[in-house]
Design a protein around this ligand. Structure first.
Ligand SMILES: [Zn+2]
Length: 469
């Protein structure tokens, strides 16, 4: 019996051992193999770091700072290197290593943004063609522990010489609130050049002569920029090297008229509902608020729109000779009149009138002041039905308060072509034409552009001279 029992027990234990085996295997897998596989899988990931280098231009100038953004979400960044290869010689620009959190966990830094200052002369690099090279490694175990690598290279030109500016026009006799023209040649292709007038900048444009380095720049002094205004001609080449030169000029001071305009309830009740397209609930405001909404807010908004319209201009001089003035018309208000608005004897607003008001018989035909391309032709707030003509190289004419418009956008018009009829749409009490001239978005005195001798001396003669060169 004892033997029998022992046999039974052994058999029982054997069977028990047999049924334990798969469970032990599962425990083994869960405790050892799975983490091992998981570590191998995550630590052996094959995704290269992501690199973003701000180098939009293929040129390195005298001094610049590149911004490098790198990231590696899976293993973290191990190190980064930047070098410049010039004439077979490699110059290190950046070497940076990042700490690891531990053998099994990878790098601490998943992302980094580095400003990389580069001054070729300091690095012993001379002007000419070179290759900018960049490499980033992560903390993956791949490549026998060296990590995944992101690599990029870019051909660049090292150019540490600023552009030379040769000014062709010798005399620049300017009026406060007036326009000017400067013509110059640059020693190399530049990404930006033009005249800065105080805080404003007027870009130069090529295309008027075959030499692609000859630039024309129409610039302006606004009505508040008198003698003493800083005028500087600037050029920035593709590598960011900048040249600035002054030029011979004289600014004549101009005094502008002061005017008082009485605003009546009758005018507000008659005119303001017209602006409900711009301010839907305008008529629920008080009389003064209605007027201020239009005279301040809408004026500002409309001027911004015109500035936007005049940002792009044809690189072609469409016009010739003096600009036309509305025939048989009397000047009603002048350029840069300083207007004070009064309501019931009390001052409520001040604005500057940036055009000339011309009154003829009602619904007079309005001629295009000169040749050009229609840049705008629709209703525009205080200007009512308005037309803007692009005469090229940043010069524009504007016609406001029209009763109807006879042209469409992009239509080419010749001097004298009828573009519409005078009226009193927008902020106008009576039938008249509001005529304005703009140079790269700055309002200038139309009197200059109507004046045949000003056109001849200040503009045409300079253009003829540059063509003869
Ligand atoms: Zn006006």
């Amino acid at each position: 019996l004892l033997i029998y029992i022992k046999e039974k027990r052994d058999k029982f234990l054997n069977s028990k051992q047999k049924s334990y085996r798969p469970a032990i295997l599962i425990i083994l897998i869960v405790l050892v193999l799975a983490p091992t596989l998981w570590i191998l899988f995550t630590r052996m990931e094959g995704q290269a770091p992501v690199v973003n280098l701000s180098l939009d231009k293929a040129a390195l100038g005298r001094s610049q700072t590149l911004t490098l953004t790198i990231s590696d979400e899976k293993s973290g960044i191990r190190r980064v290197w930047i070098g410049v290869l010039k004439d077979g010689k490699e110059v290190d620009i950046l070497k940076k290593s990042y700490p690891s959190a531990g053998f099994f966990t990878g790098g601490i830094s998943l992302t980094d943004t580095i400003d990389v200052p580069i001054e070729p002369a300091e690095l012993g690099l001379t002007d000419g063609k070179a290759i900018l090279r960049l490499a980033v490694w992560d903390y993956s175990w791949r490549k026998w522990g060296k990590g995944n690598q992101a690599y990029l290279e870019k051909e660049v030109v090292i150019d540490t010489q600023p552009p030379k500016i040769d000014i062709y026009t010798t005399v620049h006799n300017l009026n406060q609130g007036g326009a000017g023209l400067i013509i110059y040649r640059l020693s190399e292709t530049c990404r930006d050049s033009g005249v800065s007038v105080g805080d404003d900048f007027y870009p130069g444009q090529t295309g008027v002569v075959d030499d692609k380095n000859v630039y024309l720049c129409f610039f302006a002094l606004n009505p508040e920029q008198g003698p003493g205004t800083q005028l500087v001609l600037k050029a920035v080449d593709e590598a960011g090297n900048t040249s600035e030169v002054g030029f011979n000029h004289h600014i004549n001071a101009r005094k502008f008229k002061h005017d008082t305009i009485a605003i009546s309830d009758q005018f507000i009740n008659w005119k303001m509902p017209e602006f409900s397209a711009d301010f839907p609930d305008i008529t629920s405001a008080s009389a003064v608020d209605q007027f201020l909404m239009v005279n301040r807010k809408l004026r500002q908004r409309n001027r911004a729109r015109i500035h936007e319209i005049t940002r792009r201009s044809d690189a072609q001089i469409h016009w010739k000779g003096p600009f036309l003035r509305l025939p048989n018309a009397a000047n009603r208000a002048g350029f840069a009149d300083h207007r004070t608005y009064k309501y019931k004897g009390k001052e409520i607003d001040r604005q500057m009138h940036l055009g000339i008001d011309l009154a003829s018989v009602a619904h007079s035909a309005v001629p295009a002041a000169n040749d050009g391309r229609v840049a705008f032709a629709e209703r525009l707030g205080i200007y009512g039905n308005a037309v803007v003509i692009d005469h090229g190289f940043g010069l524009f004419s504007l016609y406001g308060h029209l009763s109807n418009i006879d042209v469409t956008v992009d239509q080419m018009v010749a001097k004298g072509d009828i573009i519409g009829k005078t009226g009193r749409s927008g902020l106008a009490g009576g039938d008249h034409l509001h005529f304005a001239m703009l140079v790269h978005g700055t309002y200038v005195n139309p009197l200059e552009w109507w004046d045949a001798s000003w056109i001849e001396n200040k503009i045409t003669s300079k253009l003829i001279a540059v063509h003869a060169q």
